[in-house]
Design a protein around this ligand. Structure first.
Ligand code: HEM
Length: 741
């Protein structure tokens, strides 16, 4: 293994700071998608044992890795055995604490490229030049579960992006939902304590369907907008590649002339927005708890690189107070109908990690990592985050030098007077470690603004020091109502079901009732439907909900939520089904199960497979057994899955090809029929060809059923069949099948 990059940098004469040298080197980004500067930076740290001898950490070659050193072949092990002791000691110390939140995650490398210069709005170097590809590392996560928990928990997904820019690291640490549960960071430990497994019995894992979470939420009406998102299908994405991302807070863009504007960040997935069904999510959690992680990994390995466009909503400073909500309130969105999202660049993930621990686990994102041209606002949630990330990482990564861990270090040089601490890698040359100094000619120098020196935005503040929340934060319901009423019928049904599930798991009746009281203020129909499922009535007299997060001796009436009068028009941009921002109906990378057995009809399999592959989907065979299958004309096919390794919940659609012997074999056991029934129940597209139609009928899914997602061609025309199948899959799901009680 070569030495870390910082060491050679420290020894390089050319690397000295100089007051006349701009650290932003002109970079021609051409080809960086393949030749990524951060990957080059990581390369010297990559170890590869192919063709090498086994050694100790001191580089001594090991002759026997099977036996410890003993006094006689049946004797006690000797303490002298430095090889055994080193190996065991290292193993004993392998674990580090998992993240206190967002512990379960997966990540990949890639790059970001702006479409056109954003110089009018920001001086951030990575947003100037459309030919520049900025390396990124992106980590997706769930929030509540521990590191080994399921990917398919109903939860918010983290969407954290580290840009390795020419001006240092910029982290956009976002989520897949644009709002948050609380308005002030001081409530974060309470929120997380309520959501995590309950402290007395450590149950349940990775879920909010329990008393403490809903107890807290029922007393925090400010969470109601986020609760709508968290109970919606956004919380059970089909794929990490098919979800939006949001910076949540309002940030600032500042241009070279010092003009500031407010900005909200969005990530728009090019594969569209898609979800799974809650029943499906729970089954996937058993069949493949790594479902999302595997999906991302395989897509990148297959060259199907996931892409998102970076969107911005920009608000002039003079318009700060022109909305019926406060831009500093993280429980509010700016509806896209009020301020459109401009798409300014593209993020592509094109390389998996070499090593999960070294990269995904050790990466440290921090909202405080910003570059010149971007700045914070006074959002009280953001302000608290600015403290929390560095603080937690000092513990999680074992000291103050985690910025030197390869995945965390910037691609720009680091020179300062910070020294020492556990595991220091950098060998700082010279006598001085203070500023100002004369012994080293004043180095390292401060950088002027024209040298990419960071200058905080000079916001005017003239205020009293108070523990208060602005009254402009008190409308907790208008946007919750907006979200609910903007959903398609199917998605509203899913929110009702999710709330019935979650509150149904709450054992304390007054908590359920309090929640119904809050839901009634979002939408009475919603509250009534949830109440029906719980066998309760919505309380007749709705108590005015009160945030419990008020000072002990305050007048509670002053803290009561209110509506700011106007009803906001439904926003189609908030739904997943038929969202106008994602008009492209593609089946790219979708996984289609072919149910086959020996005796399948080769043409029926191959024609459909070719058509699907042409449309970018992946055809996979599921058979009664693994191994080689033989077709009616003696051609062979490998079974990718057997019924015990491949379940319907792992696929987007199902096809039953023609072939009498194949269909008879599938009919011999219950698995194929169960597979089809379950796919139907989860509203997936199902197609059958020739005798394959019999299997559909056996599953009770006959040709006579009027269902756009059931496509049967008994007599042959495979071409029309595949065309209709592709149209059906592109609809994602056929929600009209769902029965809502
Ligand atoms: C006051 C509110 C919040 C606090 C105090 C807080 C604190 C934390 C902490 C301590 C971590 C673990 C970091 C680590 O160990 O490296 C974390 C992770 C994370 N937080 Fe927050 N958080 C807050 C709100 C939010 C919000 C509003 C978002 C989304 C905009 C968010 C997104 C994330 C993400 C994506 C991660 C995982 C980063 C990764 O992949 O390593 N957090 N947060």
């Amino acid at each position: 293994m070569s030495q870390p990059r910082n060491k050679s940098k420290a020894n390089s004469k050319n690397n000295k700071s100089s007051p006349t040298e701009n650290p932003v080197k002109p970079t021609n980004g051409a080809g960086l998608g393949a030749n990524n500067q951060k990957l080059d930076d990581l390369a010297p740290n990559v170890e590869d044992s192919a063709g090498e001898f086994l050694s100790t950490n001191q580089g001594i070659r090991v002759n026997d890795n099977q036996n410890s050193l003993k006094a006689g072949d049946r004797g006690p092990t000797l303490i002298e055995d430095f090889i055994f002791r080193e190996k065991m000691t290292h193993f004993d110390h392998e674990r580090i604490p998992e993240r206190v939140v967002h512990a379960r995650g997966t990540a990949a490398h890639g790059y970001f490229q702006v479409y056109e210069s954003m110089a009018e709005y920001t001086r951030a170097h990575f947003l100037q030049d459309p030919s520049l590809q900025t390396p990124v590392f992106v980590r997706f996560s769930t929030v509540v579960g521990s590191r080994g928990s399921t990917d398919l928990a109903r939860d918010v997904r983290g969407f954290a992006v580290k840009f390795y820019t020419q001006e240092g690291n910029y982290d956009l640490v976002g989520n897949n939902m644009p709002v948050f549960f609380i308005q002030d960071a001081t409530k974060f430990p309470d929120l997380i304590h309520a959501a995590k497994p309950e402290p007395h019995n450590e149950m349940p894992q990775a879920g909010t369907a329990h008393d403490t979470f809903w107890d807290f939420i029922s007393l925090m009406p400010e969470s109601m907008h986020m609760i709508m998102w968290a109970m919606s299908d956004r919380a059970i994405p089909r794929s990490l590649r098919m979800m939006e991302g949001f910076g949540v807070h309002t940030f600032r863009f500042i241009n070279a002339r010092g003009k500031a504007r407010f900005v909200k960040f969005h990530w728009k997935p090019l594969l569209g927005l898609h979800q799974v069904v809650w029943d499906e999510a729970q089954k996937i959690s058993g069949k493949d708890p790594d479902f999302h992680r595997r999906d991302l990994w395989e897509a990148i390995e297959d060259g199907d690189f996931p892409e998102w466009e970076l969107g911005v909503q920009i608000v002039e400073e003079k318009d700060e107070h022109s909305f019926p909500f406060d831009l500093l309130d993280a429980t509010k969105i700016i509806p896209e109908e009020l301020v459109p999202v401009r798409r300014i660049g593209r993020l592509t993930l094109n390389r998996n990690v070499e090593n999960f621990f070294a990269e995904t686990e050790q990466v440290a994102f921090h909202t405080g990592n910003i570059v010149p041209g971007i700045d914070f606002t006074n959002d009280p949630l953001l302000q608290g985050r600015l403290f929390s990330y560095l603080d937690t990482q000092l513990l999680r990564l074992g000291g103050p030098n985690f910025h030197e861990i390869p995945i965390n270090r910037p691609v720009t040089p680091v020179h300062n007077n910070q020294r020492d601490g556990f595991m220091r890698q950098t060998i700082n040359r010279g006598q001085t470690s203070y500023d100002p100094n004369s012994l080293r000619g004043g180095c390292p120098f401060q950088a002027g603004m024209d040298m990419s020196g960071f200058v905080s935005y000079a916001e005017k503040i003239d205020a009293q020091k108070v523990r208060q929340r602005s009254a402009s934060f008190f409308d907790h319901f208008s946007q919750a109502t907006l979200f609910y009423r903007s959903q398609s019928q199917a998605e509203q049904n899913h929110i009702v079901r999710a709330l019935r599930f979650e509150l149904g798991k709450v054992g304390t009746p007054p908590i359920r009732e309090r929640m119904l009281g809050l839901l009634a203020q979002v939408d009475t129909d919603l509250a009534n439907r949830v109440a029906t499922g719980l066998g309760l009535n919505v309380p007749k007299k709705l108590e005015k909900p009160m945030n419990m997060s008020v000072p002990a001796d305050a007048d509670p009436r002053k803290f009561q939520p209110k509506r700011n009068g106007e009803e906001l028009e439904p926003s189609p941009a908030l739904r997943m089904v038929d969202n106008p921002n994602f008009p492209l109906k593609s089946i790219k990378t979708r996984k289609i199960a072919f149910l086959v057995a020996d005796g399948f009809n080769e043409a029926s399999v191959m024609d459909m497979k070719m058509a699907l592959m042409k449309a970018g989907a992946k055809a996979m065979t599921v058979a009664p057994r693994l191994g080689v299958l033989t077709g009616a004309g003696d051609e062979t096919l490998n079974a990718d899955f057997s019924f015990s390794t491949g379940a319907s919940v792992l696929f987007d659609a199902v096809y039953v090809p023609d072939g009498q012997a194949s269909v008879s074999a599938l009919q011999a056991g219950p698995e194929a029929v169960d597979f089809l029934r379950e796919a139907y129940q989860h509203c997936k597209t199902i197609a059958a060809h020739g005798v394959g139609v019999q299997l559909l009928e056996n599953a009770g899914l006959g040709e006579s059923m009027a269902d756009a997602g059931l496509i049967a061609a008994r007599d042959g025309d495979a071409r029309t069949l595949s065309e209709n199948f592709i149209i059906g899959i592109a609809r994602h799901r056929h929600w009209e099948r769902e029965v809502m009680l």
